[in-house]
Design a protein around this ligand. Structure first.
Ligand code: 48H
Length: 261
């Protein structure tokens, strides 16, 4: 069969446009495709929620690809291993209570589960702003990352979401926008982003889970962003907290949606 370049082009434009249009209004919009965002996307999609995830970079996985200092292995504790087990990711016990997994297997598998469960991932898209009505964040303002990188003067587009998850990692990008542009207080001691503290793996892992919650109406924080928002220490390349945080976000959103029915 002769291949026609125009059909190939039309197929891509048609299919992408359809996917993009279908996701202009979603149940949950997740900003950031690192481990916490991807795990949240999987559990939410699996529960039947309409989920869109926006990732600035071409590739998904955030800081997980590089393991620790580009040694592409990750460490998880028992509770973290239980999440990896759900994804059928191979783990090996290194010492009692410390498990290792291949960083590439981990991220590619979680990605695969999330997309197969129905979460739609929009890579190369950056979220640069939010939409607020009646003191609640109800939408995201998105732009192609190459536009952002080139500093082109192009106006963005908007999507609406019942729930928004800031899974932007150390940068807490959504929270920064809310702090800078809106008269909304975050649900932290200071009312703003408290900032990440230095390394303390054990404390950080516990606090990350505790701090995974709704931080202002309509916005949830997951992973490193939850940690930085509430002033928790960093934990280095132990990833259980990130996985458990993604799972907790999904549970919180599913429970809230149920209670509103
Ligand atoms: C679109 C955006 C935007 C934006 C950022 O950093 P991540 O891997 O995030 P987590 O929280 O899932 O995992 C953190 C982990 O990787 C880590 O850094 C750890 C455990 N550190 C410990 C330590 O001590 O340092 O991923 C966040 C993703 C990235 O891929 C960004 O490109 C993306 O979010 N992102 N995407 N629009 N405005 N901001």
């Amino acid at each position: 069969m002769a291949l026609n370049e125009v059909i190939i082009t039309r197929a891509i434009i048609d299919r992408f446009s359809q996917k993009f249009l279908e996701h202009t209004e979603v149940d949950t919009a997740i900003v950031g495709g690192g481990p916490s965002g991807l795990v949240a996307a999987y559990f939410l999609a699996k529960a039947g929620k309409k989920v869109a995830l926006y990732e600035r970079k071409l590739s998904l996985g955030g800081g997980m690809w590089g393991g620790g200092m580009m040694f592409n292995e990750i460490v998880v504790q028992k509770e973290g291993k239980e999440i990896l087990d759900i994804f059928d990711i191979n783990t090996r016990e290194y010492q009692p209570g410390y498990f290792t997994a291949d960083a590439v297997e981990s991220i590619t598998t979680i990605c695969s589960y999330a997309t197969k469960a129905g979460a739609k991932i929009f890579n190369c898209m950056s979220v640069e702003d939010v939409v607020i009505r009646e003191n609640r964040v109800i939408g995201l303002v998105i732009i192609w990352s190459p536009v952002e990188m080139a500093g082109l003067h192009v106006d963005p587009l908007t999507i609406m979401a019942k729930n928004i998850v800031d899974a932007t990692g150390h940068a807490t990008e959504m929270l920064n926008v809310i702090e800078r542009k809106a008269d909304m207080k975050l649900n932290t001691e200071s009312g703003g982003v408290m900032g990440e503290r230095s390394m303390w793996a054990e404390k950080a892992e516990k606090l990350t889970i505790e701090n995974t919650r709704e931080i202002c109406p309509g916005v949830y924080v997951a992973g490193m962003s939850a940690n930085a928002a509430f002033g928790g220490p960093r934990m280095g390349p132990i990833f259980g907290g990130m996985l458990l945080s993604g799972n907790k976000i999904a549970e919180l959103i599913i429970a809230k949606d149920k209670s509103e029915k």
